[in-house]
Design a binder for this molecule. Structure first.
Ligand code: ATP
Ligand code: MG
Length: 752
């Protein structure tokens, strides 16, 4: 929390608590149960529940069920699930506006008695006409002159169901010439002969939002009623109702914030319902929908969604958020958590002619810079499959994978070279005959052979067949207008993908990174041992921003017979970029992925070069630049960054000399990016120095052991997977400050 900038709502809440206006902050999340909640609701949930939690108050979950024809208990359940899944708890029972129908009715009668409300009998059309326009004042209905007695009588008979729908309405008597159109005698009740899913058939009239909402807030003791900007003009009615009824304080106040919109998707429940009802998607939980249920099934995590909500912040002006920001938040959350494994989507057989026998290669599930541990055995033999895309007979410039003249590394295993290309009658490549270099094994490579990339593969006889569902954006245009904008390729099912056996046999997690492809999630509904199904959560890289760039780049001159660029294929580098790439890989020894990112982005490379000037060790700096800095530059210009390259260099230096852990470094980075402070100063003032004193760490380990006797037993009895658990607990105990390498080593020593 410490480095989060306070938004305007939090500032208001803080002020109100400080001034004693309220003793406790009470918020509410008030969905209408007429559809599944979506990511826009998640923003409202994180705001309402978040504020209550941060300021020690409470947040109610209230179903705003005043429209009986569209509401259903199925939706109530979906809303409850979504709130819980996001990690929040509402105060007390779920509340319903329908529980307040009697009290609302009594207040309406009070308004009638005060001469502040009347039964109007104009037709819907007349009401609209009488209302006037923004430039023309309205006219009051002739029925506004009815006596209190007549109004009371008519209103009661409306309630009893004596009239047809539309015959009468109850209206507030305010001001037909108000510049705020909403104040021109707004409707308070309308007749509806509908069965209500909770109130059953008791009512033939239902209160309108403008009457029900403020009073429900008041009944519940809500202090801050947060809603989206469309309701700005309704605020005057909100206040009018409460003031006219002279309700005893404390009373709630309404505040508006910008609703969340995201490009390439639709967000209104009405439009989502249409997609569901027309069968365009498989249901409310279709992984392509922006519903919480859809995201959940796709494999998004609640943490990622909440981080996203925090990242986009709360503003007073509407805007459209780029969906790549959401995707970024997902990757950012999954990156340090999930095991890496190998999967081949479109297999191409490779026979390694000079390899005999079989071996199992021990390979870590996690890269070294994440504090998780664990490994699996990857089988290897002379028959393997690689991705079809990872071989090109006539490579484009800048193609770094296997070609007849370019060897490639098989990730975790050996370097291979293509000897022969076998094709079918149509000239399609169906098999590669290859040769491997026995002394090139990953980790003990003495071959001296240079390769430009490492590719994934699976052993042919032991790989497991899986179904992979590749999801893409549901709409192909940024601001979809209708069904004609649907992306026809939003779902591609790959029936015969192959994964290494550990994925199925060990189930180290429900989510995996399939190396070089993306993050995947075992489908919670369709996955079975007989037919394992994985949903693509998010691809590793943002292929759309590349596509967009390409689309907007000038592409004159080039003859049109050029091959269309396939998705995921790399765009050739310019000569300048290639020179940089060479320098980064050869001279600075950066890995090719990092080098690639830097070389292709001049903003990043110039930032990086500048940082190097003050601290000439490239690896850690490059990691910061390609991750943290790159993320910021997606959203703003280089000039508006709060920090300079030199500060990133300083930060990298502290990581390299183990003054701070990588985890803490990220925290420090967040701080620098907000305040522009010097990293050394932050580390000193906040006491973030890494703990590398073994006696201190041992003490923490002892505590963790004492608190987890059961798990210690299980671990000693052979459950090796718990190792990561212990390491994680110790790191957590240290507030992320313990040196992870040392923790790993000491946990191993202590647990034996
Ligand atoms: P939709 O227009 O998608 O049907 P809604 O506003 O009708 O949504 P409600 O169920 O009435 O949906 O909304 C419940 C709460 O969630 C309200 O407080 C509303 O302001 C908030 N909310 C709905 N959509 C968004 C959004 N896109 N961004 C932020 N908050 C939202
Ligand atoms: Mg609505």
């Amino acid at each position: 929390m410490h480095n989060k900038k306070k938004d305007f709502l939090r500032k208001i809440v803080e002020e109100d608590l400080k001034s004693g206006k309220y003793k406790e902050v009470v918020t509410r999340f008030p969905p209408e149960p007429n559809g599944f909640p979506h990511i826009g609701h998640a923003k409202s949930i994180s705001l309402n529940f978040g504020i209550a939690k941060e300021y020690g108050g409470r947040c109610h979950l209230r179903m705003d069920d005043t429209n009986p024809t569209t509401e259903d208990t199925e939706y109530v359940e979906a809303i409850k699930d979504a709130v819980k899944w996001l990690g929040f708890e509402w105060d007390g029972e779920v509340r319903y506006t329908s529980d307040y129908f009697d009290r609302l009715y009594a207040w309406a009668i009070e308004l009638i008695k005060m001469g502040k409300a009347y039964v109007d009998s104009l037709s819907e059309e007349e009401i609209r006409e009488y209302r006037g326009t923004v430039t023309k004042p309205g006219r009051r209905s002739r029925y506004a002159e009815r006596s209190v007695e007549e109004n009371l009588d008519l209103f009661e008979r409306m309630k009893k169901g004596e009239f047809k729908e539309g015959e009468h309405v109850l209206r507030a008597k305010i001001d037909m010439s108000s510049p705020n159109m909403k104040m021109r005698d707004p409707l308070l009740y309308r007749i509806k002969h509908a069965h209500h899913f909770r109130a059953k058939d008791k009512w033939a009239i239902y209160p309108m939002y403008d009457f029900a909402h403020c009073l429900s807030d008041y009944i519940e003791g809500v202090t801050h009623s947060l809603c989206t900007l469309e309701f700005e003009n309704n605020r005057e009615i909100y206040d009018w109702v409460i003031e006219t009824l002279e309700l005893k304080p404390p009373r709630p106040y309404q505040y508006e914030f910008a609703r969340l919109n995201i490009n390439y998707t639709v967000m209104s429940k009405r439009k989502l319902l249409e997609l569901v009802e027309k069968g365009i998607v498989s249901g409310w939980d279709d992984p392509r929908l922006p519903t919480i249920a859809g995201f959940r099934r796709r494999g998004y995590t609640p943490e990622a969604i909440l981080n996203f909500c925090e990242m986009i912040g709360v503003a007073k002006a509407n805007s459209v958020v780029d969906i790549s920001q959401l995707e970024f938040a997902i990757r950012d959350d999954l990156n340090p958590k999930v095991p890496r494994v190998m999967c081949v989507l479109n297999p191409l057989k490779v026979t390694i002619e000079n390899y005999e026998g079989f071996e199992e290669i021990e390979a870590s599930y996690y890269p070294h810079d994440v504090p998780k541990e664990g490994s699996r055995k990857v089988p290897f033999s002379k028959e393997i499959y690689i991705e079809q895309e990872d071989f090109m007979e006539n490579p484009d410039k800048g193609y770094f994978r296997l070609t007849p003249n370019q060897p490639v590394r098989l990730k975790h295993a050996y370097i291979i070279r293509c000897k022969e290309v076998i094709k079918d009658a149509n000239g399609r490549v169906v098999e590669i005959k290859a040769e491997y270099y026995p002394d090139s094994k990953s980790g003990s490579d003495r071959s001296g052979i240079k390769v430009k990339s490492a590719i994934q593969w699976v052993e042919a006889n032991r790989a497991k067949k899986v179904e992979v569902r590749m999801y893409d954006r549901l709409f192909k245009t940024e601001l979809p207008q209708g069904l004609e904008d649907l992306n026809p390729d939003s779902l591609k099912v790959i029936k015969n993908a192959l994964v290494e056996p550990a994925v199925i046999e060990e189930k180290a997690d429900e989510r995996f990174q399939f190396e070089r492809i993306g993050y995947f999630y075992a489908d919670p509904i369709d996955y079975s041992d007989a037919n394992p199904v994985f949903n693509q959560i998010v691809p590793l890289k943002d292929s759309w921003s590349k596509k967009k760039k390409k689309a907007s780049a000038p592409k004159a001159q080039k003859p049109t017979q050029e091959k269309p660029q396939k998705e995921g294929e790399s765009i050739p580098m310019s000569a300048e970029e290639e020179a940089l790439f060479e320098r980064y890989t050869k001279e600075l020894k950066l890995n090719s992925e990092v080098a690639n990112t830097l070389a292709r982005d001049s903003k990043l490379s110039s930032f990086f070069e500048e940082a190097l000037k003050s601290y000439p060790k490239p690896v850690t700096i490059a990691n910061f630049v390609t991750n943290e800095v790159a993320r910021e530059l997606k959203q703003r210009e280089l000039e508006s960054l709060k920090y300079r390259p030199k500060q990133i260099a300083e930060l990298a230096k502290m990581v390299d000399d183990e003054t701070i852990s990588t985890k803490i470094a990220k925290q420090v980075f967040e701080e620098i990016s907000q305040s522009g402070e010097e990293p050394t100063k932050i580390v000193k003032e906040k006491g973030l120095k890494q703990i590398s004193d073994p006696t201190v760490i041992k003490e923490m380990i002892d505590e963790v052991i004492a608190q987890n006797r059961e798990n210690v037993k299980k671990y000693r009895a052979g459950n090796q997977k718990l190792f990561g658990f212990f390491v994680g607990q110790v790191l957590k105990k240290s507030g992320g400050k313990a040196n992870p390498k040392m923790v790993n080593q000491l946990v191993r020593e202590v647990l034996g």
